[in-house]
Design a binder for this molecule. Structure first.
Ligand code: NAD
Length: 375
């Protein structure tokens, strides 16, 4: 049996208009935001300040096929011009290095424009507290793209933990291993490595901030438990590196559970190996990002189950974010697009005069502050 999600929420007679900050030539995540936002046909990239260089912003605008007049030289100029247009952007996406997350969000919210920001919400904890106040005062939708929350089988794992079928949760083991910073790539001019290794542009947490945050977020998101204590060792393995590149942490969670969180960007040979296991009294689950369409569920007194994406036996939460029949794999872009679908529904309802509330599955500023407290 195959069932898949329908795009619910308020009807909108036109696509929501998105302005992108970041995503210039050679950028990693900005173009991913465009693909994901546009996947369900409810959003279109309309404007952008894609780079700190006006020329590169124009070049990116041309490659994205937007009106050249709406490829701006700076994000300030974009907020100013777009907030005055009748057909101005409905929301801004932030896909820049971390130090710009707060100023761009502030500029958008003070111009009356909603925000979807990539993680982390800000570069520092002080900034996160400030942004929390700005979001509350603006009263506009603010969402965060903790990408892995968008996978159908992450939703299934979350529902399974919430159902109590695994029994009381006793242990969570999460690891996020990458190898791309195994050598001092930041000294070669590689741009993603350069800003991530500079505390002024990245913030104080290197690997722990870049990918440890995803592991931390997923731990709480899937288990439904809050981390209440952390004992961690952060190391700088590559000589001369200014920020941590390898982390090992012991976690204490609500209800007496404990856990381990390992994150490394010097795990040579690994690509994007995010893996999470949750152990309860009756059984356990395991999900791996590089094989995201399978969820292993093992029982103390029964055989191992492999649940496949789009299986008709999955729970409602997983099926609600499933687009295709089983065996037609969904991946990173689709998971990202689930978050955009939920944000679009929130924004559309808010525009129709309804009170603003993000669904529990989509992260907002509270989660953003918590993740930065973790760093
Ligand atoms: P990147 O270096 O590839 O891209 C950053 C872009 O921002 C570049 O195009 C750069 O020109 C642009 N930029 C810099 N200053 C600007 C300014 N003043 N105005 C407009 N644009 C400006 O970086 P990236 O790897 O794409 O990371 C960007 C953000 O996305 C980071 O915060 C990172 O943590 C986050 N990220 C999230 C995920 C995820 O899975 N959710 C994955 C990767 C990156």
């Amino acid at each position: 049996m195959f069932r898949c999600g329908v795009f619910g929420g308020e009807a909108m007679s036109r696509k929501l208009r998105m302005g992108l900050v970041g995503g210039g030539p050679g950028a990693f995540i900005g173009p991913v935001h465009k693909m994901a936002a546009e996947l369900d046909g409810k959003i279109e990239l309309t404007a952008g300040a894609f780079s700190q260089s006006a020329e590169r912003s124009r070049a990116a605008g041309a490659s994205f096929g937007i009106d050249p007049a709406r490829a701006y030289a700076s994000y300030g100029e974009m907020m100013e011009a777009e907030s005055r247009r009748e057909d101005g952007i409905d929301f801004v996406v932030i896909a820049t290095p971390n130090h710009l997350h707060l100023p761009v969000a502030e500029a958008a919210l003070s111009a009356g424009i909603a925000v979807m920001s990539d993680k982390p919400a800000t570069a520092t904890y002080e900034e996160a507290l400030k942004l929390e106040g700005v979001v509350a005062k603006a009263g506009l939708p603010y969402g965060l793209t903790h990408t892995y929350a968008g996978y159908a089988l992450v939703r299934e794992a979350r529902s399974l933990c919430a159902s109590g079928k695994l029994g009381p949760i006793r242990k969570v083991a999460v690891e996020y291993f990458q190898g791309w910073l195994s050598r001092p790539l930041e000294t070669t001019g590689q741009k993603q490595a350069a800003w991530r290794s500079d505390p002024a542009l990245n913030g104080p947490g290197g690997c722990i901030g870049d990918i440890g945050t995803h592991a931390f977020h997923l731990t709480e998101y899937i288990s439904g438990l809050k981390v209440t204590g952390i004992n961690a060792t952060l190391r700088r393995v590559v000589p001369g590196r200014k920020l941590d590149d390898d982390c090992n942490a012991l976690l204490r969670l609500d209800g007496g559970a404990t856990g381990t969180l390992m994150a490394s960007q010097v795990a040579a040979g690994e690509r994007n190996s995010l893996r999470l296991r949750v152990y309860g009294e009756n059984g356990s689950l395991e999900w791996q990002q590089e094989d995201p369409n399978r969820l292993s569920v093992k029982w103390l007194e029964g055989p191992e189950e492999i649940r496949h994406a789009a299986g008709g036996y999955l729970g409602a939460d997983a099926l609600a974010v499933t687009r295709r029949p089983g065996g037609h794999p969904e991946g990173y872009i689709e998971a990202f697009a689930v978050l955009y679908r939920e944000f679009a529904e929130t924004l559309t309802a808010w525009k129709a005069g309804k009170a603003y509330a993000l669904p529990a599955t989509l992260q907002g500023i509270e989660a953003g502050v918590r993740v930065i407290l973790f760093i």
